[in-house]
Design a protein around this ligand. Sequence first.
Ligand code: PGA
Length: 253
Amino acid sequence: MERRPLVAANWKMYKTVAEAVDTAHRMCQRIAADAVAEVMVAPTFVSLAGVGDAIRGSNIVLGAQNMHWEKEGAFTGEVSAAMLQSVGCRYVILGHSERRQFFGETDQSIHRKIVSAFQAGLVPVFCIGETEAERDSPQTFAVLERQLGGGLGQLNDEEIQSLVIAYEPVWAIGTGKTASNDQIQEVHAFLRRYLADQYNNALAKSIRILYGGSVKPGNATQILALPDVDGALVGGASLDAESFARIVESCPG
Ligand code: PGA
């Protein structure tokens, strides 16, 4: 089954609204309308509307970096899935390691968010990945199984098939240390086998699994060519329109 690559920009807590809108305009000018990859940009909440306007009519789609699982209520400082949907988001990044590490997110809370995202018609980009200590122990595969199992919970096959998984080894995020091609392919193949065992072959073959962690124009071609890699989640190198466009162009045609 054909899996269209997704190249996603995670701008984290960078850029004012004006800077975000400006970068979004540059990305629209720079990224070809007929790019092989689907392209998503996830600015901060305050820039979603402005960036949404800037990318309207282009082939770039909007994503958010987080959301709350409840539909609405007395949850000061939080944003719901329906709110993201109302501002034009198609995707929402959930379970990013920085949210797990600094904001106490657990497999259970991430699962609730994934369920709510689907209810609002958003596509979750569900992040998983081991820390350096977990890789060294070695517990990489046990950790990934736990994160996947906990996050996906009792979702049905159709939902699981339509979400996007992002494998991001924590030790490779923002560190300049990219996992080797062998390490990336080994994990992606493992994830696909796990999904085939737990669910079914068709689901495992059609689900998109992105790699994230220090993806840059200089290493993107090799990473994106790996057989089980279906795109990239890009942090640092997505802040600049030119470098992000070069990563988008690195997808094999
Ligand atoms: P990085 O971040 O590309 O800066 O390593 C990736 C991510 O956190 O999604």
